[in-house]
Design a protein around this ligand. Sequence first.
Ligand code: HEC
Length: 131
Amino acid sequence: MKLINILAAAALTISVASAQDVMQKSMSIMEKGMTQIQQGFLNNNLALITEGTQLVKEGNKLFSDKKVIAEYLPKDKKHMINVAANASKRIELDVSVLELNLDDKAYINAANAYSDVLNACARCHSIVRNW
Ligand code: HEC
């Protein structure tokens, strides 16, 4: 194999591997964030809610680009890319709603925004997992 081919193959492997990492990294950050928010609501710990919200925001940013998301959709679900990408947009929106309500001490509304984030997680997972 020519050196150039070897290099190309290596580059491809690395880019595929790092694409994998982006999904896993994003999901584990969001999972941690959602757990913290839930603990925060259950224990009336505002700092935990705020911290968790930051994590969800951060993780969602990593997995919001249509091109990145499309790589993880099953072959027969590629046409669902807009629905999947909308789930990510919805998370972004819900997180701001959650923060605004938290600032206003409107905790029920903040908790509702948290539930809506959870729905958005499930919305995208239902596509990638054929639920
Ligand atoms: C735009 C699509 C999309 C959204 C939105 C989304 N996920 Fe995921 N998630 C995926 C994909 C793709 C996988 C990998 C396939 C699978 O596990 O079925 C995944 C897997 C996971 C996993 C398993 C991780 C692993 O390494 O296998 C966790 C945990 C997870 N997501 C948490 C979340 C949480 C929490 C949210 C919401 C805050 C969320 N996801 C929102 C697409 C999404």
